[in-house]
Design a protein around this ligand. Structure first.
Ligand SMILES: [Zn+2]
Length: 277
């Protein structure tokens, strides 16, 4: 099949994207009451032109190189021993990560959506929220999803904290998640709030047996940029190996859920498979 033919077929498959213009675009930010700052790389604010509704393209895995090294996201230097930004960059695997829950309003709806699509994700949970909602922790695990440690209290910049405080944030979160799970589950992964990494944070990951996990596709859904922006960013930036960042907590996540309801079936139709980091 030629690239031109497959692209035409794909454009046909994606024909509904243009209908999204104007959906729920309230331009809210994390300064809104009730929101906590989301997870975003500093300086990683580039976004596609969302006014061009014909632009979203999922490049199917068959059209991508089948081997190679995934590049880190823009503005990020991949260091040896540093956090993981991508899955192995071959085949059809991508990963969905869902941060800042569990949340009694949005986590159940996220779980329903993922079950409907047959997709397993990694939920990066805040320890104190896990402690408050053990029923949701169990539901996430019962759904076949993984849970990552996302600190106990989601500090603004853990990269500036001293080793003792970093250790406490991580250890308390692991304990809270383990207790909420009934004692059987201990996270293997650590996602730093805001993607803030330091040698201290990475060192404490090592001390606690946690593997540092980052991401490569970030539509900044936490800032509520509009459904179309979230859809467009994911569809245009996802490649084999991508780790996608979304949120089920930290504020109103209606846009996230609406966007994922559109994006997830399209990624699957394009041939991607969902794996866990
Ligand atoms: Zn977070």
């Amino acid at each position: 099949m030629s690239g031109a033919v497959s692209r035409r077929a794909l454009l046909f498959a994606l024909g509904g994207v243009g209908l999204l213009a104007g959906c729920g675009d309230d331009h809210a930010t994390w300064h809104s009451a009730g929101d906590i700052p989301g997870d975003s790389h500093e300086g990683d604010s580039a976004s596609p032109d969302v006014t061009d509704s014909a632009s979203p393209l999922v490049v199917p895995p068959a059209n991508k190189p089948t081997a190679g090294v995934c590049p880190p996201p823009p503005g990020v230097v991949q260091k040896s021993g540093g956090p993981q930004y991508s899955l192995p960059c071959h085949g059809t695997n991508i990963a969905l990560t869902v941060d800042d829950g569990p949340d009694p309003t949005y986590t159940p709806r996220m779980l329903d959506l993922l079950a409907q699509q047959g997709i397993r994700a990694t939920f990066c949970m805040i320890g104190r929220s896990a402690a408050a909602h053990p029923d949701l922790v169990k539901r996430v695990l019962d759904g076949g999803h993984h849970i990552a440690n996302h600190t106990f209290s989601h500090p603004l910049n853990i990269a500036k904290m001293a080793a003792g405080a970093v250790h406490a944030e991580m250890a308390k979160a692991t304990d809270a998640i383990a207790k909420a799970s009934g004692g059987n589950y201990r996270p293997a992964l650590f996602r730093s709030p805001g993607g803030a990494w330091s040698s201290t944070v990475l060192g404490q990951c090592g001390n606690l047996g946690l593997r540092p996990l980052d991401w490569s596709v970030d539509p900044r859904d936490w800032s509520r940029p509009g459904v179309q922006h979230i859809v467009t960013t994911i569809l245009t930036k996802t490649h084999p190996g991508s780790i996608i960042l979304e949120h089920d907590g930290g504020g109103n996540r209606e846009q996230t859920l609406t966007a994922l309801g559109i994006v997830l079936p399209r990624l699957r139709d394009a041939g991607y498979t969902f794996a866990q980091p």
